[in-house]
Design a binder for this molecule. Structure first.
Ligand SMILES: Cc1cc2nc3c(=O)[nH]c(=O)nc-3n(C[C@H](O)[C@H](O)[C@H](O)COP(=O)(O)OP(=O)(O)OC[C@H]3O[C@@H](n4cnc5c(N)ncnc54)[C@H](O)[C@@H]3O)c2cc1C
Length: 407
């Protein structure tokens, strides 16, 4: 039977990052993922991009991932937030964030998920203490006082003092360990498309709040942007069924003309949107990380950043325990991780949910109230800087990796 210090079920962006952090700290880690790497790197696998906060970029730099990713990442220099209705003039109140105001080169970076994964795979391949097994589906887990054993679908087993589930929203292991979720589905879907435009975006990201939900335009490398278009679940099928010309027409109605002519470079993608938070993040010999522990609305582009913070915090807690000669799989050790991450995840999940509810409607008094809010925050320098630090991930207790230090 294979032995490791930590077995990670799920080699998504969170599982791979956790594996790297643990291996860099001297642990022997094994990651099992159900999907082969080649399939995940195929451009047809995932149309999404991620906004990486600068705290996440610092972590990826320490882990040796950023070097491979930087050429594919677009710095966000400014963010413009407006409230409006498609086809109508935007409200005169808007919110403008500028990296220069906080003395930063960028407010974050946008990268395609496939490039983030490719850079992670590169770092994993170069890591001595880390093994990625894929395709390998984790079937079940057995644990007792002394350790845990993970059973893979091909019948093989891996033993370790600790198993981490980083296997996404539908986590099999979370269910098997009897950890329940609090949550609900949004009556919205996230439509994602890559768009080419005539004029350069100059690193400006836009968030238009439309009645059906936020419409984000995120700058990518070159004259390209990624749309994350939150649309009413009932209206989305008709939009997705449009032919190329029809879809481009709907797109430019919402996009506006500031970047010249816009054309979607391929068919749009659609993702169901839900909110969920696990009631517990740990059990003896078991911990949750990433979307397996929490799922939030993409309105603020923070889901992955939240998961990367889990990875950084868990690695730090486990390494500290090991340095003191403690067992890394006992509840005492793991509760430190849960206390650190559960409240932070809840706070972000609840605020993104509230933001989505406040802005995804066309109710006049609410519109006036939120426009007033945008105007007030825009007029007050410290408030603007507070939100910029928040978007950059520099809030709450930061794990060492997110400060740019070794775990
Ligand atoms: C429309 C949209 C836009 C978004 N935009 C942003 C953004 O701009 N910024 C941001 O920070 N976040 C964003 N997010 C959120 C972000 O995409 C997720 O939070 C992130 O991908 C979660 O990563 P993960 O590794 O936890 O889970 P996943 O990516 O779901 O990975 C789980 C992995 O586990 C594997 N797996 C599952 N079951 C098993 C099993 N039984 N055995 C072995 N392996 C298994 C899967 O193959 C997969 O590789 C967005 C989300 C959506 C829907």
């Amino acid at each position: 039977m294979k032995q490791a210090d930590v077995v990670i079920s799920g080699g998504g962006m969170v599982g791979l990052t956790l594996g790297l952090a643990l291996a860099q700290g001297g642990f022997k880690a094994v990651i099992a993922d159900a999907v082969p790497a080649a399939a995940i790197l195929d451009p047809k696998f995932d149309g999404r991009v991620s906004a990486l906060a600068y705290a996440s970029v610092r972590m990826l730099t320490v882990l040796g991932v950023w070097e491979g990713l930087a050429p594919y990442a677009q710095p966000i220099r400014e963010i413009l937030v407006t409230d409006g209705v498609a086809g109508r003039t935007a409200s005169p109140f808007s919110l403008h964030f500028d990296a220069q105001e906080v003395g930063a080169e960028a407010l974050g970076h946008i990268a395609e998920n496939r490039h983030i994964r490719a850079a992670l795979y590169g770092a994993v391949a170069a890591s001595k203490n880390l093994e990625l097994i894929a395709p390998a589906t984790v079937k079940s887990i057995k644990s007792d006082g002394g350790g845990a054993v993970v059973l893979l679908e091909d019948g093989s087993e891996i033993a370790a003092p600790l198993v981490v589930a980083a296997d996404g929203r539908e986590s099999r292991l979370r269910n098997e360990m009897g950890i329940n979720l609090v949550g609900w589905s949004y009556p919205q879907v996230g439509i994602v498309a890559t768009v080419e435009h005539e004029k350069p975006h100059n690193g400006v990201a836009y968030e238009h709040f439309l009645p059906s939900g936020p419409f984000a335009i995120l700058p990518m490398t070159g004259n390209r942007s990624s749309l994350v278009w939150t649309e009413d679940k009932k209206k989305a099928p008709a939009l997705l069924a449009l032919d190329e010309a029809g879809f481009n027409e709907e797109l430019s109605r919402r996009f506006g003309s500031h970047l010249g002519k816009t054309t979607a470079t391929g068919p749009p993608w659609s993702y169901p949107l839900s909110f969920h938070l696990a009631r517990d993040f740990v059990r003896p010999r078991f911990a949750l990380a990433g979307d397996c522990a929490h799922g939030i609305h993409p309105i603020a582009g923070q889901g992955l950043n939240l998961g990367l913070k889990d990875a950084a915090a868990l690695a730090e807690v486990l390494l500290d325990a090991a340095r003191l000669g403690r067992d890394i799989g006992v509840l005492d050790t793991l509760k430190r991780y849960e206390r650190w991450r559960r409240f932070d995840s809840f706070a972000l999940a609840a605020s993104t949910d509230a933001l989505n509810r406040l802005f995804s409607n066309d109710i006049a008094p609410l519109r006036h109230l939120r426009d007033l809010g945008l105007g007030i925050v825009d007029a007050i320098g410290p408030a603007r800087r507070f939100f910029m630090r928040h978007a950059g991930g520099d809030m709450g207790k930061l794990p060492r990796l997110m400060k740019g230090e070794a775990a």
